[in-house]
Write a protein that binds this ligand. Sequence first.
Ligand code: FDP
Length: 335
Amino acid sequence: MTLDEFTIQETRKFPQATGELSALLRDIGLASKMINKQVLKAGLVDILGKHGATNVQGEEQMKLDIYANDTLIAVLQNSSDCAGIASEENDEHVCFSDEFSVQSKYVVLFDPLDGSSNIDVNAPIGTIFSIYRRVSEIGKPCTPEDFLQPGNRLMAAGYVIYGSSTMMVYATKLGVNGFTLEPSIGEFCLSHPDLKCPEKGKIYSINQGNTSKYDEGMRAFLNYCMESNKEEGRPYGHRYIGSMVADMHRTLIKGGIFMYPADKSNPKGKLRLQYECNPMAFLIEAAGGIASDGHGRILDIEPKELHERSPIFIGSKNLVNKALSFVKEGEAVAG
Ligand code: FDP
């Protein structure tokens, strides 16, 4: 079953549905096929490497980042299926003010090419997206409030991973499904129906090189993961690609925990709430896992600004709960 066929079937479950959400998922699928084409030949053409400009986060933009960003914006604007977008690569949101787009009830947020420091070394990278129902008046241009909604109001979210194969995985409240790109027909085909994150995981994923910058609780949890305990199957395996989409894809399929906690240099963590943490939290919760910032549910955070960051602990219930108990204990000891 192709992505298009699947989204149409899902829409039929809701007689009142207009098909707009399905259309948006298909648009994102189309844009990601275009991005995938460039990613595949990145080493052959002059598209690999740095662009020279710096984005709003102060990071150097890569050429492929810019291509991915422009492609998503162009596809979503041309289709008139959404009222506006916000991108990790743009300072402000963009409203689509043509007569059809303003009638749409949705806005889309995306990180066009996440894990971009992996581009030059041929490691997996990805696109992360979120779809919200707008809170502004339909028929008028979208407003900043449309993009500052908590994750618990998401309608759909997901990612595309450009890895050994290209996959699109997305979640709605109905569940999580994965589609693999079949290159000979250029279609995403349902390959991983009704994905569930294993309740018990045995893999921890974190930039362990930052250990000296973590607080007591975090360091104690890492020691717990590394300690031997036959009955509990420890030490746990450590895997870290350094590309959130790739680390999360493994966490979803195999179970485990992915963490980017606060540390001395990044008191709010590194990852962006609206572009990375919320969509992944929505997806992992829909798959039966949990996601916290160390104190509460990621999805319940009220965003204050478009590019804010959040610590994240996400994945299988057993490991996330265990990590949170260590973090809390560490905070209690520190007073
Ligand atoms: P990148 O800087 O390569 O774009 O948010 C960006 C991100 O990658 C995530 O994809 C990844 O999980 C994280 O940063 C890696 O950060 P560290 O290099 O600090 O581990």
